[in-house]
Design a binder for this molecule. Sequence first.
Ligand code: GTP
Ligand code: NAG
Length: 443
Amino acid sequence: MADVAHCWGFLLLVAIILTFTCKTVGEDDLDDLAFQAGNQQNVQFGPAKKMRYLLYSINPGEGFNLRRDVYMRVANLVKLLNEKEPFTLVLPPWGRLYHWKSNIRQLQLPWSHFFDIDSLARHVPVMEFEDFLKVNRKPEIDIIYYLQRFKEGWRDGKWEERIEFRDCIDDTGFKKDKDGRWRWWFWGYEQVYGKKFSCVSLQLEYKGLVPFLMKNADSTVQSIFLGRAEKLTHGSHSEWSKEWWTARRSMRFAKRLRDVGDKFRLENLNSTDETDQTVLDPDWRTMRRERGTAVGGPYMAVHLRRLDYKYAHKENVPSIPHAAKQIKKALKKNKLDVVYISTDAPDDELDELRRELKGVTVTRFERTKEALNEYKDGGIAIIEQWICAHARYFMGTAYSTFSFRLHEEREILGFSPESTYNCFCGTGKDTCDQPSKWITKYE
Ligand SMILES: Nc1nc2c(ncn2[C@@H]2O[C@H](COP(=O)(O)OP(=O)(O)OP(=O)(O)O)[C@@H](O)[C@H]2O)c(=O)[nH]1
Ligand SMILES: *[C@@H]1O[C@H](CO)[C@@H](O)[C@H](O)[C@H]1NC(C)=O
């Protein structure tokens, strides 16, 4: 008898769990999604104000790490918009980046694949594009503003803030169909269209867009899409500002990728957060580290950018033997004998580097087929960045945004500037300009 009662109790429990977890997306869930996105400490509007959405795209040629910087500008724009009206930032899906060379399918990847969405949402309300499509019900965007330069350039040869509706200069990629809908590829969601479309010429810091949007897109306009958002500049809100660092700190990598990096550190580099003094606070908002508190794992890490950089930045990219020479020198100086190598170099260059580094323990995260399928090119690059971010000493590639983002990561973790802001010198040079040192600022 008791057994039967148990069994019923259990079944009831299962039934309850199933009701809560197996619902298909219905009205309530849509409200939940909208609520999640809007339920931020910095958004306090009554129910009368309807949630609005800001979407954006970036010039297709830009790399992953520059896109992260554009995100910071747009996120901070949304933060300012939220002082006026409730806005959620819709995250553009990832895919088809020029540098993602492997031949696996990498389309319509959500931001959660690379970043910790909860962390982003502690800065501004954010939402994945697919969730936007659900909440919005129709695959429709109210207004598209395609940002462009001024055809005539600067007025009187000087830069000044300005913004105006203008004729489109270049082929924008947007086309009006026979029903008057504005079509674009929308990352492969080809059912999506815009109702209105205009080109806007601007020279503007992102904050300058707030009055423009408030004036031209009143609250009946629910969704606004900014094409070519990289045209907005940080201006006075650049790397030396608190606003910039707040947005940067919110961009934590997805836990799944950090975990892979941490496991690799433990198994291959004898590196753990406890011994390295790099334990993260669960919430980035409460995390503050003095410079020099992080010790780092007992290895040196390098980011050696090759491929197109060999040609685009000839002056600053060393030959393989010259890179090896600089690595050995830095190892000796820092009393280390292990180097982790993060690079986009092809195998033959890597083999050459290993030969040149005879006697040194060279460590790599292997790009196996399984790893690629699971994490994609972008995920592996992040795992590599995470491993480099925890090294006792780091040396990057001059002017590479991949290395810049890494400097910032180390800065946030509390590494000393001496251990972070180092870069390779070009062939034949023993000294060269070293990267600018930025210090984390807190609001
Ligand atoms: N796994 C791995 N990938 C890399 C490495 N360096 C570059 N890549 C790849 O190349 C892409 C381009 O590098 P990014 O730095 O993001 O590109 P970018 O924003 O154009 O910046 P630049 O480096 O300034 O060209 C990365 O997203 C990776 O896919 C590396 O060390 N490891
Ligand atoms: C790993 O590091 C610890 C100190 O952090 C050290 O005691 C230990 O010997 C190291 N192990 C190896 C295999 O190097």
